[in-house]
Ligand binder design. Structure first.
Ligand code: F0G
Length: 354
């Protein structure tokens, strides 16, 4: 069996914007597990599969696009790469930039990024700029910087390279299933991933690799659901910090993915998101960050409304690894059993003896 060498050196290379002159800046991203969820399948009567993107090298789906963006930046001789981020993009950009020996600077909303992600960006050597504002402010500033200074912007806006890398999740899914699923669920923040995933399915379908297209079901947090309301949200609110976005940059792409696929973009409450977050870990052994549970919350919500026909194949993208946000886990019901260092006391605490 050939060893997986990352996306640029994979069979998917022909769909990526790279040439023979592009260096392959890779951490062996992609080729992530597609796990069957017995619990969600039983709950819904569907065949539910989990695309575990937290298994990527920096722990999120962002690595798929970043390998392409940073490889191109390296080819172009970039001196500094910049991005705005709710956390995952910054961790990914910083890691790939480090590997390419390019300096990086990341703009994050001050005090609103999960510590694990910040810790990654710091360790990879990024300059961290904590902006007193929202993610949307960070993105506006990052775009301004790129317009007026010699820096490479690696947000998916203004950098279509990112989206073409992220399309590969659809190729892998089709290759694993033999065709496209009936429905593909995922969380939506800035809109890039639903856009890229849908484009990936369309590309693969157009070239005869899949005999059908899925419906795209995107889910936003209720307090940060501009695409559901049809208007930007000035002060987005949700405990799922990764998708706390009020004015998605890839707005039209997300709406096109919804409409062209006869799909939907709906809102789920933080309560629903955290219920799904617990359920995934407890029943499937998959620890995701809260935002990543939005796709599961949305599927269960649609099911409870009677909108899900049993017997369908459903793929859910689990976008990021739970290890990135330990605060979320520990603040969501953690009561240690405290004992002395005696076996008898531990046995009693575990109710093995009385
Ligand atoms: N899930 C996670 C874990 C994310 O980090 C993001 C986006 C999304 C879902 C939504 O994807 O923006 O393409 O619609 N995170 C960006 C960031 C905003 O800066 O890391 P999207």
């Amino acid at each position: 069996m050939e060893t997986w060498q990352g996306l640029i050196d994979s069979p998917y290379r022909r769909w990526l914007p790279v040439t023979d002159r592009t260096p392959s800046i890779s951490l062996n991203e992609g080729n992530t597990p597609l796990l069957r969820s017995r619990h969600l399948s039983e709950l819904t009567g569907c065949d539910v599969r989990l695309k575990v993107e937290g298994a990527n090298p920096t722990g999120s789906f962002k690595d798929r696009g970043m390998t392409v963006a940073i490889s191109n930046a390296a080819e172009a001789g970039a001196g500094l790469v910049v991005c705005a981020s709710t956390g995952n993009t910054s961790a990914s950009a910083a890691a790939y930039a480090a590997r390419a020996a390019i300096a990086s600077a990341v703009l994050v909303p001050a005090g609103r990024v999960a510590l694990g992600k910040l810790g990654q960006a710091v360790r990879y050597g990024a300059r961290i700029v904590e902006v007193a504002g929202t993610f949307d402010d960070c993105l506006r500033i990052a775009r301004d910087l790129a317009a007026h200074h010699p820096v490479a912007l690696v947000n998916s806006v203004g950098n279509e390279l990112r989206l073409s890398g992220q399309q590969t999740v659809a190729y892998e899914t089709v290759d694993a299933l033999g065709t496209a699923p009936d429905i593909h669920c995922l969380p939506v923040g800035n809109g890039g991933n639903i856009t890229a995933t849908w484009r990936g399915y369309r590309t693969y379908h157009a070239e005869g690799h899949a005999d059908r297209l899925p419906r795209m079901w995107g889910f936003q947090a209720a307090g940060a659901a501009p695409l559901v309301h049809g208007a930007p949200v000035a002060d987005p609110q949700t405990a799922a910090s990764a998708i706390r976005v009020g004015n998605p940059a890839t707005w039209q792409g997300a709406v096109d993915a919804r409409d062209q696929s006869d799909g939907l973009i709906a809102a789920v409450t933080d309560e629903q998101i955290f219920a799904a977050y617990r359920l995934l870990a407890r029943h499937d052994g998959v620890f995701v960050e809260p935002a990543s549970a939005a796709g599961v919350a949305g599927l269960l919500d649609q099911h409870s409304r009677g909108h899900l026909t049993p017997g369908q194949t459903v793929v859910i993208t689990l976008t990021g690894n739970g290890l990135k946000d330990q605060d979320a886990s520990l603040h969501d019901g953690y009561t240690p059993l405290e004992t002395s260092s005696s076996t008898a006391h531990v046995a009693r605490a575990l109710a093995l003896t009385t």
